[in-house]
Write a protein that binds this ligand. Structure first.
Ligand code: 13P
Length: 250
C-alpha cells in the first residue's frame, strides 16, 4: 500500500488561542485535498479550542511535546492522556529545539514515544544532525544513534503508529534547505535502518517526513522524492496561504 502523504504544521511557541483558532479555520476552509493527511500542532493552550473548531473536518491536531508519566505531581508538564482527551491524535517527540534548549536525550525520547503509544497517540519522532555533524561526515552515525535510542524496546507491531521526521538542525528556521537529493538520501538511510532494526514491512510502511525551511517554492521538489512521505513545516505553516500552497504542491 502506498504511504499516504502527510503535511504537518508545527506552530512552535507562536499564536494566541484566538489567532490559532482563526488560522486553523482558514486552513480548513481552504483545504481541497482529501488524498493526504494534514496535521496542525498548535501550542498547548490552543490545542483543545483548535481541535474543537476542526472536529467535523479532516484536519488532524497534534501536541508539540508530552511528558512520559500519565499523571501525577509533575508541575508544568502535559501528559499523553491529557493531549488525547483534548483532541490530539498525534504528538511531536524530541524535536531538535527540545534537544537543544531543554536537554532532551535519546532516553527521554524513548520514554515519550512509549507514553504517546500508551495514550493512543501517534508519535512523530524527530531526528536530524547539526551542521557541524554533517560537515564532520557524521550524519548517518547521528541518525543511527537517535533512532536506536528513541526506538529502544519498541516492537515491530507498534510501528504502524509511528511517524518519523528527518529535520536537519542546520535547515530549521535558517532558510537553508537540504537539497532534494540530501533529503532523499537521509530518508533512504533511515528506511534501511528500519529494515535492519525491524523488518522490510515496517521499513516500507513507516512514513518519513522532511522538515527544515520548507516553503511553497521548494515543497514540490522535496515532496517528489521517492523516500519523502510528507513535510513538517515551521515558519511557512503560520500563514494559511503558504501552508495551503505547500499542500497543493504535494
Ligand atoms: P522551519 O520550517 O521554520 O524551518 O521549521 C521546521 C521545523 O522545525 C518543523 O518542526
Amino acid at each position: 500500500m502506498p504511504r499516504k502523504i502527510m503535511v504537518a504544521g508545527n506552530w512552535k511557541m507562536r499564536n494566541t488561542v484566538e489567532e490559532s483558532v482563526a488560522l486553523a479555520s482558514q486552513i480548513a476552509q481552504g483545504l481541497t485535498r482529501r488524498d493526504l493527511e494534514v496535521l496542525l500542532c498548535p501550542g498547548f493552550l490552543a490545542l483543545e479550542p483548535v481541535a474543537l473548531s476542526l472536529s467535523n473536518g479532516p484536519v488532524l491536531v497534534g501536541g508539540q511535546n508530552l511528558y512520559w508519566q500519565d499523571q501525577g505531581a509533575y508541575t508544568g508538564e502535559v501528559s499523553g492522556p491529557q493531549l488525547k482527551a483534548a483532541g490530539a491524535s498525534h504528538v511531536l517527540v524530541a524535536h531538535s529545539e527540545r534537544r537543544q534548549h531543554f536537554g532532551e536525550s535519546e532516553k527521554t525520547a524513548a520514554l515519550r514515544v512509549q507514553a504517546a503509544l500508551r495514550a493512543g497517540l501517534r508519535p512523530l519522532l524527530c531526528v536530524g544532525e547539526t551542521q557541524a555533524e554533517r560537515q564532520a561526515d557524521q550524519t548517518q552515525g547521528v541518525l543511527e544513534s537517535q533512532l536506536s535510542g528513541a526506538l529502544a524496546g519498541l516492537a515491530a507491531s507498534a510501528c504502524d503508529r509511528l511517524i518519523l521526521a528527518y529535520e536537519p538542525v542546520w535547515a530549521i528556521g535558517t532558510g537553508l534547505t537540504a537539497t532534494d537529493q540530501q533529503a532523499n538520501d537521509a530518508h533512504a538511510f533511515i528506511r534501511a535502518w528500519l529494515a535492519g532494526r525491524f523488518d522490510k514491512a515496517v521499513a516500507n510502511s513507516v512514513r518519513i517526513l522532511y522538515g527544515g525551511s520548507v516553503k511553497p517554492a521548494n515543497a514540490a521538489g522535496i515532496l517528489n522524492q521517492p523516500e519523502v512521505d510528507g513535510v513538517l513545516v515551521g515558519g511557512a505553516s503560520l500563514s494559511a496561504q503558504s501552508f495551503l500552497a505547500i499542500i497543493q504542491a504535494a
